[in-house]
Design a protein around this ligand. Structure first.
Ligand SMILES: [Ca+2]
Ligand SMILES: [Ca+2]
Length: 167
């Protein structure tokens, strides 16, 4: 690498770092919400709720119960729970209450496409219409009786979460 190329490389790396820092502003999420990608997440553990209460709570705070769209987002949630809340299950926003076996994300009404069901799940069928991330299987997915009381995860868009173009 010539001296000029090397200088360009260093400047490029520094510039990338600058963009990365500015794409994650500290005010993107409210206090106690976790910023990841373009979203903010709140892991509610102090208010054990049935699934419908969890849906309502998230809407009341201007969010939605979490909808998991990608493997990358799913891994973020699993890793966060494994490091911070490893002994309890958490409600997420999918249900097959409308048609047994047809799982929908409640916030967007879209069918669940990407999946990460735990071994032998979904298992119980009728009467088990709501989804948890289950601690028993490293926070992979489980169909659960909607009346159980668990913590839950709310999600909303981050403020200024998109990349900022400099220059
Ligand atoms: Ca079911
Ligand atoms: Ca199950």
């Amino acid at each position: 690498m010539s001296k000029n190329n090397w200088t360009g490389f260093v400047v490029c790396v520094l510039f990338s770092g600058l963009i990365h820092v500015q794409a994650q502003p500290s005010n993107a999420c409210p206090p106690y919400w976790i910023h990841h990608g373009l979203s903010c997440y709140s892991f509610i553990t102090g208010l054990l709720s049935d699934w419908m209460e969890a849906v309502t709570f998230c809407r009341d705070v201007g969010a939605e119960i979490v909808e998991i769209q990608t493997n990358e987002e799913n891994n973020f949630l699993k890793n966060y729970l494994l490091h911070n809340h490893k002994n309890a299950d958490f409600w997420v926003g999918a249900t097959d209450a409308f048609e047994e076996g047809h799982w929908l994300w409640i916030s967007s009404q879209q069918p669940v496409k990407f999946t990460d069901w735990a071994p032998n799940e979904p298992y119980q069928g009728v009467g088990f219409e709501c989804m948890t991330l289950t601690a028993r299987h490293g926070f992979r997915w489980n169909d659960e009786n909607c009346n159980h009381k668990w913590g839950f995860i709310c999600k909303k868009e981050a403020e200024n979460g998109g990349p900022i173009i400099i220059g």
